[in-house]
Write a protein that binds this ligand. Structure first.
Ligand SMILES: NC(=O)c1ccc[n+]([C@@H]2O[C@H](COP(=O)([O-])OP(=O)(O)OC[C@H]3O[C@@H](n4cnc5c(N)ncnc54)[C@H](OP(=O)(O)O)[C@@H]3O)[C@@H](O)[C@H]2O)c1
Length: 340
């Protein structure tokens, strides 16, 4: 086997919002025969995720930083071109943390086979993958919404946000979504039956907008964005409210974390729980979460929406576009050449 592949490496660490020149597309040749347990894969769907911005900084966090001039890696759905692993055959779909490369040779232990009878292949990057599990465990285990309560979710038209909103509706809650455009407000209302929407880019005072949308106050706040949006929601929290700290995308490109209001007196006097989490905290319970999410998808109770950008070359742009809200639902890139 001798194949020419393309792969994206991190050329320069971004300062502020990433730009395309932070990435470089390289051509490489892979040659030689597969060894026992190895797979030759072709990438089909590549996930772009806000957390990857943190990995582009040099500092160590809960995941190691990307190395300069090395391939970026992330969640990828690939197909098996050739297999030296029993149980995996040409054409099978697999999921793994894989390089941003058009094709790759990997040890089979780095991927798992996915069942495209349960959901379509791309669902495993969204509702049946990290996205769905994040929404499921964050909302249900930390937020613990009760029927009749008011749930506010920021980043509401995004990958995690749309799933959080739908689960909260299923649990009988009143759901208010915070988004960055009128089109996204309309999507939440028409497609997902949200009870209220707030455009954080409107000129009006956010604290008042939230107060008007939540006349009974906020019981659960699922925070995907942080910053001033979250400051405003927290002003409207109820006694014994729960704040689920899932993401802080509004701060990921900040050179310095801005000083916000002191919220501890609100947390204290209202007995509010505020808890951060990383989805991997729940790894042992993933089978439970996936079983439930798969059932809801099959029953049509959850609809997964996606923004799929065609063309491997568009990976850096798709990633960058997350920070200006160009996506609805799960943002991913699909390779053009997906035939085996
Ligand atoms: N804790 C975990 O384990 C875990 C796992 C997965 C994701 N997350 C976090 O969850 C959040 C959502 O992730 P996702 O994959 O579902 O992404 P996403 O919501 O699909 O995409 C990002 C969205 O964030 C909004 N946004 C971008 N910049 C913003 C800003 N400055 N202020 C307010 N909103 C902004 C944009 O929507 P608008 O048009 O509405 O601005 C954009 O569409 C992220 O913060 C991510 O890091 C955490």
């Amino acid at each position: 086997m001798t194949i020419k592949i393309k792969q994206f490496v991190l050329l320069k660490r971004p300062v502020g919002v990433p730009v395309e020149s932070n990435f470089s597309l390289k051509t490489e040749t892979i040659s030689g025969d597969l060894k026992e347990n190895e797979l030759h894969l072709r990438g089909i769907y590549y996930s772009v995720d806000p957390y990857m911005r943190g990995r582009m900084n040099g500092a160590k966090s809960y995941v190691a930083p990307f190395a300069l001039n090395e391939p970026i890696s992330g969640a990828v759905i690939a197909r098996v071109v050739e297999s030296k692993k029993s149980g995996l055959i040409t054409g099978d779909f697999v999921f793994g943390q894989l390089p941003w490369a058009t094709e790759m040779v990997v040890d089979s232990s780095s991927v798992r086979k996915i069942d495209v009878q349960i959901g379509k292949a791309s669902d495993y990057l969204g509702v049946l993958g990290m996205t769905g599990l994040t929404a499921y465990f964050g909302l249900l285990k930390i937020g613990q919404p009760i029927s009749g309560e008011t749930v506010v979710v920021s980043g509401a038209a995004g990958a995690v946000g749309t799933i959080v909103g739908q689960i909260a509706k299923m649990k009988g809650c009143k759901v208010i979504g915070i988004v960055g455009s009128g089109e996204k407000e309309k999507l939440l209302k028409d497609r997902f039956n949200f009870d209220g929407m707030i455009n954080y880019k409107s000129k009006d005072d956010l604290v008042h907008l939230i107060k008007n949308a939540c006349p009974n106050g906020v019981d659960v706040y699922f925070d995907n964005v942080g910053g001033e949006i979250s400051d405003a929601v927290i002003q409207n929290m109820n006694f014994q409210g729960r704040i689920v700290l899932c993401g802080q995308i509004s701060l990921y490109n900040s050179k310095e974390i801005p000083m916000g209001p002191r919220i501890q007196p609100i947390l204290l006097t209202k007995s509010i729980l505020m808890q951060g989490f990383i989805v991997s905290n729940f790894t042992e319970q993933f089978p439970e979460g996936l079983a439930e999410l798969s059932k809801w998808v099959k029953e049509g109770k959850i609809e997964a929406i996606e923004t799929i950008i065609e063309g491997f070359e568009n990976l850096p742009k798709a990633f960058i576009d997350l920070f200006s809200g160009k996506n609805v639902g799960k943002m991913m890139v699909m390779a053009k050449d997906i035939a085996l």
